[in-house]
Design a protein around this ligand. Structure first.
Ligand SMILES: Cc1cc2nc3c(=O)[nH]c(=O)nc-3n(C[C@H](O)[C@H](O)[C@H](O)COP(=O)(O)O)c2cc1C
Length: 184
């Protein structure tokens, strides 16, 4: 197996992090991998906000959970009501990834960037988790303002980053296999 395939297959969503902050050069490597993602018409419609302020990360958790509490999906409501649950798993760095709304496919392009970031993080020993639950706390305009996202951009996802606090390697959740057909 070559290194790229190994990286793709062995990356896992990490949900337990050490308190220690990751290095600035690691963040730069991860973001650079993001900006080398493909994008429709090469519009590169992404923006990255690196958040390392504990109070702000904690507020993001509280805001999201407040909105999740009464959700119609039972599992979302349950997480919203779980006092111990932290949407970013107490990661020391959270990167908010936003997309330029008037582009062809900002969510798709941002998602490609995020996948590159997760793989890059894994390749340099940094654990990561793509977090969609953060969106619940990113709806109200006055809450979003503090992130200084450029005009015309919308926050889509966050990525939790930190050194892994796991004793052993995680197994991949089972993949569905019946997902391919050929037309010859
Ligand atoms: C769009 C998107 C949103 C996600 N949101 C969350 C999230 O809010 N919390 C979380 O723990 N994992 C989240 N994940 C991670 C998935 O749960 C994870 O990728 C999946 O279970 C497969 O596990 P793996 O990443 O270890 O292969 C998200 C993944 C994607 C692609």
């Amino acid at each position: 197996m070559n290194d790229i395939i190994k990286n793709i297959k062995e990356r896992r969503s990490i949900r337990k992090f050490k308190e220690e902050q990751i290095k600035e050069e690691e963040i730069q490597t991860i973001i650079e991998a993001g900006i080398y993602a493909p994008s429709a018409h090469n519009q590169q419609p992404w923006h990255f906000t690196v958040i390392q302020n504990k109070n702000i990360i904690s507020e993001m958790n509280e805001e999201s959970k407040k909105a999740m509490k009464n959700h119609s999906d039972e599992w979302i409501a349950k997480l919203g009501n779980n006092e111990k649950f932290d949407i970013h798993y107490n990661a020391p760095t959270v990167i908010l990834v936003s997309g330029k709304k008037d582009c062809y496919s900002p969510i798709v392009d941002v998602s490609a960037a995020i996948q590159n970031m997760l793989l890059a993080a894994d390749s340099i020993g940094v654990g990561s988790c793509w977090v969609g639950l953060s969106k619940f706390g990113l709806i109200e305009e006055d809450k979003v303002k503090q992130f200084n996202i450029p005009d015309g951009y919308e926050p889509y996802y966050t990525v939790a980053l930190g050194y892994k606090a796991l004793d052993k390697k995680q197994n991949a959740p089972k993949r569905n296999e019946d997902v391919v057909n050929y037309i010859k």
